[in-house]
Design a protein around this ligand. Structure first.
Ligand code: ADP
Ligand code: MG
Length: 367
């Protein structure tokens, strides 16, 4: 089932007494979520992710705009008639009910023609439990499960009514790091296996990048960029998106373009074409640095961190916006950890220019 959002907007009265007025939590969303795909809705806390999800599931009514599931306009339908499965950060399980009862719970309320026999409910619950690999734990209470298992019960419960759309709001935030990794792989597997169109909300860019077919990057209620994770990483549309994606994060410098050369400080670090002389903000991905004895960018070496496959060279530069510059270099490269300075050549495809005031990307042609 594809989902179409059409000029979707949600305004709230401000909760901040000092600045009364309105908060535009979701501002004019127009995009399509293709059938059977997993979409990562990504952005910092407060950017409107949960609001967007709650509009899709019907817990909130939009101020304006429409929502379609396939060809159906569901904007005025209550949540229970939309066919959505929901999973939240807090698993919200019933503590006094077994895993089985927790999973069958959404089926108990079916009435009329949809009403199911006890056997049918248990059969469906077992199918859902099998998907999340919980079938051996059906008689336990939530308190007898780990956090990861509890979240899997919540996922099974969301799947038991075979929803048209699965919506997950920061489902991994309460899990420890290892379980987070494992559970996100599992969500990916379940999504592939069921083919249910899924929207996965997270503030964690790595999480979104690793499991999504497409990511939607948001800032202050406004969609910044939509695309495949690698495409958005490789071609960020503005400084915000460039900074939001990637670990370690992109390194930011103040620079200028003059006479077909990019300058950082006094050094001419890259020849380029098609950019007028102007001040620019320069972003360089950690993997965009090449250690080179006669490289054009000179930085003060702070330390060298060995990370196994790679080494991280940490340095500083007066034009750097970050306190330290992180570059990731192949571990076979020799670095003298006692040197005062390091010199880098730069990979043009890992270097981005932005307008220093608006943050908009400035495209250039590498020489
Ligand atoms: P996120 O999930 O990305 O952290 P939210 O969607 O929860 O963000 O919130 C987006 C913005 O809308 C925030 O500024 C938040 O304070 C505001 N907001 C959310 N819900 C309400 C509400 N019920 N009343 C007033 N403001 C709200
Ligand atoms: Mg939220």
């Amino acid at each position: 089932m594809k989902i179409v959002l059409q000029n979707l907007t949600k305004k709230f009265p401000s909760r901040n007494k000092k600045s009364p007025g309105e908060v535009i939590a979701v501002n004019d969303f127009t995009f399509e979520i293709p059938d059977g795909k997993l979409i990562g809705l990504l952005g910092p806390s407060g950017c409107g992710k949960s609001t967007a999800l709650n509009l899709i599931c019907g817990l909130l009514k939009p101020t304006s705009g429409r929502i379609f599931f396939g060809e159906d306009d569901v904007t005025d339908l209550p949540p229970e008639h939309r066919g959505v499965g929901l999973v939240f950060q807090s698993y919200a399980l019933y503590p006094h009910l077994t895993v089985l009862k927790n999973i069958t719970f959404p089926l108990e309320n079916l009435r009329g023609a949809d009403k199911l026999s006890k056997e049918e409910m248990e059969k469906r619950a077992l199918e859902a439990a099998r998907l999340v690999q919980l079938e051996g734990l059906m008689d336990r209470k939530p308190s007898e499960l780990s956090g990861g298992q509890q979240q899997r019960v919540a996922i099974a419960r969301a799947l038991v009514k075979t929803p048209r759309v699965l919506l997950l709001d920061e489902p991994l935030s309460n899990l420890d790091a290892r379980l987070r990794l494992q559970t996100r792989e599992e969500i990916r597997r379940i999504q592939r296996q069921t083919g249910v169109t899924t929207v996965f909300v997270t503030h964690d860019q790595e999480e979104a990048m690793s499991i999504s077919d497409m990511i939607v990057v948001m800032k202050e209620g406004v969609v910044q960029q939509i695309g495949k994770p690698q495409e958005v990483y490789d071609e960020p549309i503005n400084l915000f998106v460039a900074k939001f994606l990637g670990t370690p994060p992109i390194n930011i410098f103040q620079g200028k373009v003059s006479g077909g050369q990019l300058y950082i400080g006094e050094e001419s670090v890259l020849p380029l074409r098609d950019v007028q002389d102007q001040k620019v903000t320069v972003g360089i991905r950690p993997e965009g640095f090449i250690l080179q004895e006669d490289g054009p960018l000179t930085c003060d070496l702070s330390r060298v961190e060995v990370m196994g496959r790679d080494i991280s060279v940490v340095s500083t530069h007066p034009s750097s916006e970050n306190a330290s510059i992180r570059s990731i270099i192949n571990a076979e490269t020799k670095v003298d950890p006692d040197a005062q300075t390091v010199r880098f050549a730069l990979k043009p495809r890992k270097l981005y220019l932005f307008h220093p005031q608006t943050g908009e990307r400035i495209h250039f042609t590498a020489e």
